[in-house]
Design a protein around this ligand. Sequence first.
Ligand code: PEP
Ligand code: MN
Length: 378
Amino acid sequence: MIVMLEPDSPESVVNAVLQLASQYEGVTPRAHVVQGAESTITELYLLGSTAQVPLEPFQQLPGVRQVVRVSQKYRIIGRHGGQRTTAGFEYNGVTFDDRSVNLFAGLCAVDSPESVDAMMAALAGCGITTTRMGAYKPRTNPYEFQGLGAKCLPYVFESAGKHGIKVIAMEVTHPRHIDEINDALKKAGNSTGVMLQVGTRNAQNFELLKVIGQQRTFPVLFKRGMGITLEESLNACEYVASEGNPKIVFCLRGVKTHLGDPHRNMVDFAHVPVVRRLTRMPVCVDPSHAIGRAEAPPDGLPDIFHAIGQGLIAGASMVLVDFHPTPEKALCDGPQALRLEQLGALQRYTNIVRAAYTEAVRNGDGTQAGAKAAAVSR
Ligand code: PEP
Ligand code: MN
């Protein structure tokens, strides 16, 4: 059962709910605070034997907005009983919710201080404060470049600080990597922030998911498993959330099948609204790993732009995209990397499609429910 309080509820409301909950045997309350850009939302999870606990006494408490019974599925990440808000969060000055789009453009893999600095400078030139930088690369072939690991972190974090980058999405494949990131960030005077990326190959590495869920320092970017169902991927996110870290963005990145040829994977961005309906997580799309090539049709917009458009028009609020100053020299995924000169165009394209999405939501879908939902989500 979840008792949702009105935004910015005082401690007295929380205490009243806890007091009432304590009257029911076998019920353990757990508070969950979502720190948004504009307000703080507190939800109290009543865990244990709640089947016999009535909703009404909680609903009648002043300051309680809504009380819902949760299904067994997706207890924490799920959208239960018509909950309206997305479980957004703020991290290092960047807000992750469904109200705006964060563009994480950057290197698939860090290969030199020069590429890192050129990338960060290009981002700063466009006023972008979020990026991706892979230090630990899980590769299919053991003889291919495996990423520079901890040794590149000092110059990555230094360059981020110099260019005002606030959040770097960085994949971790082992719990040790989290400690290495933590240490390097401290040594760099917390010059930036890191969002821990769970790669598609680790989508069901439950021990890694638990460790990532147990730490609260870093938010999480979870990439759907490429060969498992959406339901299995969402359950994997529930692992992270149930261990204590609900700051998760869910990322679609295509699924593996040769039916997607000549693209690297089959683009699955039609699942954006499905994830938003089933859960309250903000949704990201990664067109680079879905498409796998930087070519463009005669309209001049690369396939990667078109895929981003599909994600954004469906309501995605984060984009993860590969760039490289010299894609032909990149040590990992060069063929899908966009050039720095394309960054401004991508930013403009993103704004156009996002504006179209906002307009479509404002107009509603023609039904009363659609119009109401649109009014509430604005
Ligand atoms: C990546 O984003 O660098 C990556 C390896 O992606 P994925 O896990 O989706 O293949
Ligand atoms: Mn890659």
